[in-house]
Design a protein around this ligand. Structure first.
Ligand code: ADP
Length: 246
């Protein structure tokens, strides 16, 4: 973020480096129920991002001292595969993945009926197979579909998208070059039914007016994401119904 570049990120016609307009999201595709051994799962492609999410639980907590007597805990493990970025990513947790895991777990705790499952854990594993900025939003979007696919009771899904600032213009859903050489990136996640914001971060600088515009753009995009999430879950159940008929 904030690095200087000689490349034009937005041309004179308002077209971005990958051909999108300012308020256009990259194409998103989600498939629910892709892993046999997980209780719930989802695969998501978001532009060049590729993410897989697996959910287990509610199940017993180990080590026991982590358990809560009145609710389930949500443990979220965000990981980037070594081959997901240009320079090989060192495997294993680092500060960034620990931070993303913490805030994403908190976002999901807002929608899961955790009070129904005391002393248990709901474990969410998300692996980024290919990364091009916006992976925390992609991961959380996939994770929320995987939790629903596991049949865990939820108030609603969580949908996420980022907006930011590139060449002094507010743009939706930054790609890697825009994230590297742009001025700001602001990931947001919402509970679509209520409009509550359950995750919001910002890297870089924007004015209050720009933040307002970026929020409007990102929230609108979250509602589009929400439709794609629900569609993925419908498709999974249609598939199951067909299999039962056969
Ligand atoms: P997000 O992926 O949620 O936008 P960041 O802003 O931290 O999170 O990262 C932006 C992008 O930078 C990532 O999507 C990825 O393409 C790249 N990136 C992150 N960590 C690494 C790393 N360790 N090595 C190479 N590229 C990375």
């Amino acid at each position: 973020m904030g690095g200087k570049s000689d490349i034009r990120l937005i041309d004179e016609n308002g077209i971005r480096i990958d051909g999108r307009r300012r308020d256009e999201m990259r194409p998103v595709r989600i498939e629910a129920g892709v892993l046999k051994r997980a209780d719930g799962s989802a695969y998501l492609e978001w532009g060049d991002n590729k993410v897989i999410a697996a959910v287990y639980g509610p199940r017993e907590v180990h080590p026991k001292h982590l358990q809560e007597t009145n609710r389930a805990i949500v443990q979220y493990y965000y990981a980037m595969a070594p081959f997901s970025v240009d320079d090989r990513k060192r495997p294993g947790p680092d500060r960034r993945s620990t931070e993303i895991s913490k805030i994403s777990a908190e976002a999901l705790e807002n929608v899961i009926f955790v009070e129904q499952f005391p002393r248990t854990t709901i474990d969410v594993y998300v692996t980024v197979l290919q990364a091009s900025a916006g992976t925390r939003c992609a991961a959380l979007t996939a994770a929320s579909v995987a939790v629903a696919d596991a049949g865990i009771p939820m108030r609603d899904l969580v949908a996420a998208c980022a907006a930011g600032k590139v060449e002094d213009q507010v743009v939706l859903d930054l790609v890697k070059e825009e994230d590297n050489f742009g001025q700001a990136d602001m990931p947001i996640a919402i509970v679509p039914k209520t409009g509550e914001i359950v995750l919001m971060q910002m890297d870089g600088h924007m004015t209050l007016d720009e933040i307002d515009e970026a929020m409007d753009m990102a929230i609108k995009a979250c509602y589009d994401i929400y439709e794609i999430q629900k569609e993925a879950l419908w498709k999974k159940y249609e598939r199951l119904a067909e299999e039962e008929v056969v």
